[in-house]
Design a protein around this ligand. Structure first.
Ligand SMILES: [Fe+2]
Ligand SMILES: [Fe+2]
Length: 321
């Protein structure tokens, strides 16, 4: 039995990081009530405040939404780790994966509804992008390695939390409280999920430190791409890079954030105080040096992004950003 499979009891103890269905929010809670007698003025008010969002924030929001909507890819990927061959397997790992998927599914639903109702973007172009991304698939880059998949999930839950959280702040600054509230709610879910994956990997460090550390280093040797990195709208093959550049420029997800995530994970997994042997001891030094390395690179990357030519986004009717 693999180390990950042997962690059923540990996972069972952490299933409380999922919120019971009767207590959790649903997309409807943050959308205008279309069944109300006065649905029309409610909807009009909802659309009115959304007019304050500039195109660059809309593009970042669409990119985040498309990434959430490709959830089937991430469930497939984590399914290899959580092992639910029947689809209804009664093990803590399988319960986690289904519960996590069910919570995540609300993120794409809510952002999709928000964008559709506000009428600010070309929803068909957005849908085509989701379709492409789901077909193109997703890889954590760990080539089926369970440890890499879980390390990637720890990183990504924090990255999406930062991204949704930053967007909430920027929407609030624009006076778009509906979107600010939505993004804050989603970010709070990502935080619970982040805690789960980070603790699971923390336990891997307890049970199998050297292998876990080497998987972490292998992951950081490449740049950790966001899960939507294979997105395209069928016209722009570099759509993800263009979206990432806008996110960097408006400050939703930057190289500083990337560095801060590594710094956080290094501390959460106690890299500084753990002892490793052989190759892993060298890998530890490499990992501890990464936050500073990216901090130092940040200015250069930012000015390179700023100098990049603008790209037209089909999501906002080919306006260049
Ligand atoms: Fe999410
Ligand atoms: Fe997530």
């Amino acid at each position: 039995m693999s180390v990950v499979e042997s962690m059923q009891d540990f996972v069972a103890e952490h299933l409380s990081l999922l919120t019971p269905v009767q207590e959790i929010w649903q997309p409807t809670d943050y959308l205008p009530d279309l069944t109300a007698e006065d649905w029309s003025p409610r909807l009009a008010a909802f659309r009115e405040t959304a007019r304050s969002l500039p195109n660059d924030l809309l593009v970042v929001l669409v990119g985040n939404m498309v990434t959430e909507e490709a959830l089937p890819n991430y469930t497939l990927s984590l399914g290899r780790i959580a092992k639910d061959p029947t689809g209804t397997t009664d093990t803590p790992w399988a319960w986690w994966l289904r519960g996590w998927t069910a919570e995540e599914n609300r993120h794409g639903d809510l952002l999709n509804a928000y964008l559709r109702l506000t009428g600010r973007v070309d929803m068909r172009a957005v849908e085509v992008t989701i379709h492409h991304l789901t077909r193109n698939g997703f890889s954590s880059g760990g080539e089926g390695d369970d440890y890499a998949g879980l390390i990637y999930a720890s990183f990504q839950e924090r990255a999406t939390r930062i991204s949704h959280g930053s967007l909430a702040r920027l929407a609030h600054e624009r006076g778009e409280e509906n979107l600010a509230r939505i993004c804050r709610k989603i970010a709070a879910d990502e935080t619970r999920h982040e805690v789960f994956y980070t603790r699971v990997v923390g336990e891997l460090f307890e049970r199998d430190p050297d292998t876990t550390l080497l998987a972490y280093r292998a992951m950081l040797k490449r740049l950790i791409a966001m899960p939507g990195s294979r997105m395209t709208d069928g016209c722009d093959p570099d759509l993800f890079d263009h979206y990432a550049a806008v996110a960097q420029r408006v400050g939703v997800y930057t190289t500083h954030d990337y560095a801060s995530i590594i710094r956080h994970l290094n501390a959460a997994w106690g890299l500084e105080n753990r002892s490793f042997t052989g190759k892993a001891a060298k890998a530890r030094d490499y990992l501890l040096a990464q936050p500073e390395r990216y901090e130092n690179l940040a200015d250069e990357i930012e000015s390179r992004t700023a100098a990049q030519p603008l790209a037209p986004f089909s999501w906002v009717y080919d306006r260049p950003l």
